[in-house]
Design a protein around this ligand. Structure first.
Ligand SMILES: NC(=O)c1ccc[n+]([C@@H]2O[C@H](COP(=O)([O-])OP(=O)(O)OC[C@H]3O[C@@H](n4cnc5c(N)ncnc54)[C@H](OP(=O)(O)O)[C@@H]3O)[C@@H](O)[C@H]2O)c1
Length: 265
C-alpha cells in the first residue's frame, strides 16, 4: 500500500466505525502509530487493543464530541503541540435525512458544526505544525455528492462541497510548503452512516455500494499516487481532470471590468 515505512502518529477522527475505523486498521498495518478520536470511547478502546496486538503500533484514544467547541479544542491542542503527528484523517461526519424544508434544523446545524467547523478547526491546527516542520499529510473526507448537488441531500452535499473546495485551496497553498492535502470523495460506502440517519444501506442498488475496506484501500493508493482529489470508483481519472480543466479555463473571464454582452441590453 505505501512504499516507505512511516514513522509518526496519524490522527483519525470518527475512528469508532466505518471509514475512520478502516483507515485506523490500514494505517496501523502500514506502521503508523495512531490517535483515535470519536465520542464512543468503548469502541475506540476495543479497536485500540486490537490494533496494538495485530500491528504492534502504539494506539491512543481520545473521547471528543467534535460538535462541542471545548472537545474540539482538546484535539486541536494535541495537533498543535505534538511534533510526532504526521497525518490527520479528517473523517468524522454525519448526514441528515429529509428535504431542506423538512429536515430537523438542529440536526442540520450539528452537521454543519461537525462536517465544516470542526473539520476546518482541526485542519488549521494540524497545518500549523505541518508547515512549521515542512511536512505532513492532511486527508479530508468529502463525498462524491460534492460534485452532485442535485442528488440526495441539500445541506449535506453543501458541507461536502465545502470540504472539497477547502481541500483544493489548501493543496494549492500548503503544497508549496511540503504538506500533502488530499480530498477523498467516496461514493456510497457500506457503513453505519445510513442507519444513523434513519436509512438502510441494503435498500440501495448493490452495484453502487462499495465495501469500506476497498474504499479506504483505494483512497490510500490515490494518496500514494500523489492525487489531490480521489474518487475511488471513477474508472477514468481523465474525467475528473477534464472537470477541473473546464473550471480553470473559465478563470480568466470570471472577473472582468464589464458585464458580458448578454447582460447589456
Ligand atoms: N458511507 C458513505 O456512503 C459515505 C460517502 C461519502 C462520504 N462519507 C463520509 O465519510 C465520513 C465517515 O462516515 P462513515 O460513512 O464512516 O459513517 P459512520 O460509520 O457513521 O462513522 C462516522 C464516524 O464519525 C464519528 N462521529 C459522528 N459524530 C461525531 C461527533 N459529534 N464527534 C466526534 N465524532 C463523531 C462516529 O463516532 P461516534 O459516534 O463514536 O462519535 C463515527 O466514528 C463522513 O464524513 C461521511 O460524511 C461517507
Amino acid at each position: 500500500m505505501m512504499t516507505q515505512q512511516p514513522s509518526g502518529i496519524a490522527v483519525v477522527t470518527g475512528a469508532s466505525s466505518g471509514i475512520g475505523k478502516s483507515y485506523a486498521r490500514q494505517l496501523a498495518a502500514a506502521g503508523y502509530d495512531l490517535l483515535l478520536v470519536a465520542r464512543d470511547i468503548q469502541r475506540l478502546q476495543v479497536l485500540a487493543a486490537e490494533l496494538q496486538e495485530a500491528a504492534a503500533v502504539r494506539v491512543e484514544v481520545l473521547q471528543a464530541d467534535l460538535t462541542s467547541r471545548a472537545d474540539s479544542a482538546l484535539v486541536e491542542q494535541r495537533l498543535r503541540s505534538d511534533e510526532r503527528i504526521v497525518m490527520l484523517v479528517n473523517n468524522a461526519g454525519m448526514s441528515v435525512s429529509g428535504s431542506f424544508v423538512e429536515a430537523d434544523f438542529d440536526q442540520v446545524e450539528s452537521m454543519i458544526q461537525l462536517n465544516i467547523v470542526a473539520l476546518t478547526r482541526l485542519a488549521r491546527a494540524a497545518a500549523e505544525g505541518f508547515v512549521q516542520r515542512g511536512k505532513g499529510t492532511l486527508i479530508n473526507i468529502a463525498s462524491v455528492l460534492a460534485l452532485m448537488p442535485e442528488n440526495f441531500g441539500t445541506t449535506y452535499n453543501a458541507t461536502k462541497a465545502y470540504v472539497l473546495s477547502l481541500s483544493e485551496s489548501l493543496a494549492h497553498e500548503l503544497g508549496e510548503q511540503g504538506v500533502r492535502v488530499q480530498a477523498v470523495l467516496p461514493g456510497l460506502t457500506r457503513t453505519e452512516i445510513f442507519d444513523r440517519a434513519g436509512g438502510d444501506v441494503n435498500a440501495l442498488p448493490a452495484q453502487m455500494v462499495m465495501e469500506v475496506d476497498d474504499m479506504v484501500g483505494a483512497a490510500l493508493r490515490g494518496l500514494a499516487l500523489g492525487e489531490r482529489v480521489t474518487v475511488p470508483s471513477l474508472p477514468d481519472a481523465g474525467q475528473l481532470n477534464s472537470f477541473v480543466d473546464a473550471r480553470r479555463a473559465m478563470a480568466p473571464n470570471l472577473s472582468l471590468s464589464t458585464p458580458a454582452a448578454r447582460y447589456l441590453s
